[in-house]
Write a protein that binds this ligand. Structure first.
Ligand SMILES: Nc1ncnc2c1ncn2[C@@H]1O[C@H](COP(=O)(O)OP(=O)(O)OP(=O)(O)O)[C@@H](O)[C@H]1O
Length: 600
């Protein structure tokens, strides 16, 4: 059975192709033969309801297409005595859905008595016409075949004939076109961009031939948006369902495919900007700027809130080993102005920003997070790639939005990690975009701090920045980062503390000689020591794995492993695996830069 159906569908497709190419007689033959075949099958399948429904729908559709093809064939031969559905529809009384202007216009009603057949608007006629300019063809059909994006004849055939908007040019002026299109303005069956508000001017074909007609529309130019916005726009789906061969008075059942999409879409409710905040919920910056739920920069704001805003930095100064000088400077330069803003006025104004520089993995990010946690400020963790956008002008906009957002959530801390990637020295090789981002950053940094004028509530926004390459930074940026603090590699004491911090949750053998271990780690950064500890903590497990001879058995004994104390040999082994990551030659450069530019 299904093979008959499949072959029928194939032949119908061929028929549509023929019709599209203007080979109407052949198309009609094919359609007719298929109606006969399918009707016979239909009778045989009355028992199977599903199959019966599917086939009968197909037969109805083909009949419609056959009618249409027949009409087109008649017209191309100059014969207007078509006795198909089209005539019947055209002779119907105006439906109550039609706009008042259409119902009351006597001229229009007079016209309605005759079938309103599109004599000069016959679909596919352009295949037969000579001496017709491409522009005028396009005006008549709007969907000109060479421009068709869909090559499926089904789509081309119905897309053109049913008067559906092809989705490329939404026509806001079709609002009144929800009645029977055929009765109102036949030209609009094929020309969706026509202004239907001008029905009085357009509904008479004879009149359209006079010089008073509006100039032909350029199909590539959209209509200006309609000022009448009180009526809801007709959706594309609705427009497509305006089948001119079915009287519109009877509501058509929704196609199955549409019904299938009527399900809950919970992800839509969760999207930022789609939903208004309920009472008691934290008001976001997005809600503040776009109280209606959505705006032009919604996506950018959403991106910053998702990727940059860190609501739980959760790092305390106690978790950071050593670096006492840096901690004190940060507390004085950043935290005091937040806690006691009244003191920091006039010449004592808070500094514009703080630069933390030093070798990688020495705790710069941790310090910034500790500042945000202690000061209970909103923490924005920005990296160069977050602000890099492929769209022209978007990176600068992101910088601007970031600072606006920080002011909104104030007190805030904006932390620019690896700031050298954003604020390197300006040079001839800079792209336009990079230059603009730098300039925007400088402008914004100027705007965030400074003494509050009397009566004005200061929005405390602190800029912290970190870099491993301070010598690459632009001078203007260095000037704005008024405090520049060197974050060095940990000293002996610092390394010992780092071991303690990292191993505080593990069992340790009393036989470990810490001083020896600390000496061996000379030149290691905080991150390197964390790696040594991680590696050492894995070694008892690896040992046990070997002893027990299999992962499966070991799984049941996970408690035994976690309780095995770490031995000196574990650390010795770990130190063989983990090497220091900072080259000594760089250390000299940091010290030199500190001498020249440091302001700790
Ligand atoms: N002073 C420190 N106290 C405690 N942990 C530290 C310290 N320094 C480094 N660490 C460890 O190193 C890891 C990396 O630290 P952090 O990201 O702060 O370094 P960084 O200086 O910002 O590095 P980079 O310059 O590469 O961004 C931390 O997660 C922590 O485990």
């Amino acid at each position: 059975m299904s093979s008959i159906l499949e072959s029928a569908k194939g032949i119908i497709k061929e028929a549509r192709e023929l019709a599209y190419l203007g080979k109407y007689p052949e198309a009609i033959m094919k359609f007719k033969s298929q109606i006969d075949t399918l009707s016979q099958q239909l009778e045989k399948n009355k028992g199977d309801e599903l199959l019966y429904q599917e086939w009968s729908k197909l037969v109805t559709d083909i009949k419609e297409e056959l009618d249409l093809t027949q009409i087109l064939f008649d017209f191309t031969k100059g014969n207007s005595n078509s006795n198909f559905e089209l005539n019947k529809i055209a002779q119907q009384q105006p439906s109550p859905q039609k706009p008042r202007v259409v119902q009351e216009c006597p001229e229009f009603q007079e016209d309605n008595r005759q079938p309103r057949l599109p004599f000069n608007q016959i679909p596919f006629q352009h295949h037969h016409r000579e001496n017709t300019s491409p522009r005028s063809k396009a005006n008549q059909f709007q969907i000109s075949p060479p421009k068709q994006k869909a090559q499926d004849p089904d789509e081309i055939f119905f897309g053109g004939l049913r008067g559906g908007n092809d989705g490329k040019k939404p026509n806001s002026n079709n609002n009144n076109n929800n009645g029977n299109n055929l009765n109102q303005n036949p030209s609009n069956y094929f020309n969706n961009n026509s202004n239907n508000n001008n029905n009085n001017n357009n509904n008479n074909y004879n009149k359209r031939q006079t010089n008073n007609n509006p100039p032909p529309k350029d199909p590539d130019v959209w209509d200006p948006p309609s000022k009448k916005v009180d009526k809801p726009k007709q959706s594309q789906k609705d427009q497509k369902s305006n089948n001119i061969f079915k009287p519109q008075a009877q509501p058509q059942p929704q196609p199955k495919s549409n019904q299938r999409r009527e399900y809950d879409k919970p992800w839509k409710n969760n999207a930022v900007g789609e939903k208004k905040p309920t009472e008691g919920q934290r008001k976001t910056f997005h809600d503040h700027v776009y109280p209606d739920g959505r705006g032009p920069d919604s996506d950018l704001i959403q991106m910053i809130e998702r990727e940059v805003l860190d609501l739980t930095p959760n790092v305390s100064f106690e978790q950071i080993a050593e670096l006492e000088l840096a901690k004190d400077t940060l507390q004085e330069a950043v935290l005091l102005p937040i806690f006691m803003p009244q003191i920091f006025t006039g010449i004592r104004r808070p500094c514009k920003g703080v630069l933390l520089f030093g070798p990688p993995g020495t705790g710069k990010t941790m310090l910034a997070k500790a500042v945000a946690t202690t000061g209970k400020t909103t923490f924005f963790n920005v990296s160069a790639c977050t602000l890099a956008s492929k769209w022209k002008g978007e990176s600068e906009k992101l910088v601007r939005l970031l600072f606006e957002m920080a002011k909104f959530y104030a007190p805030s801390t904006i932390f620019f990690d690896e700031i050298d990637a954003l604020g390197s020295k300006r040079g001839d090789n800079d792209g336009d975009s990079a230059r603009k981002v730098k300039t925007q950053m400088l402008i914004e940094m100027d705007g965030v701090s400074g003494a509050a004028t009397s009566g004005e509530e200061r929005k405390t926004v602190m800029c912290l920045a970190a870099t491993n390459r301070p010598w690459d930074l632009d001078e203007a940026l260095i000037r704005r980062l008024e405090r520049r603090i060197y974050i060095p590699l940990p000293s002996d004491t610092g390394r010992k503390l780092l071991f303690e911090i990292n191993l505080n949750s593990l069992k340790l053998s009393p036989n470990i000689i810490w001083d020896q271990l600390v000496k061996k780690c000379d030149g290691y950064s905080g991150a390197d020591i964390a790696n040594v500890c991680r590696e050492a903590s894995m070694l008892p497990m690896r040992r046990k794995l070997k002893e027990e001879g299999g992962f499966q058995k070991l799984q049941q004994k996970y408690e035994d492993i976690s309780n095995v104390p770490l031995e000196q040999k574990d650390f010795d082994e770990a130190l063989k695996i983990v090497n220091k990551s900072v080259s000594t030659e760089y250390l000299k450069e940091y010290e030199n830069w500190m001498k020249d530019f440091g302001a700790g």
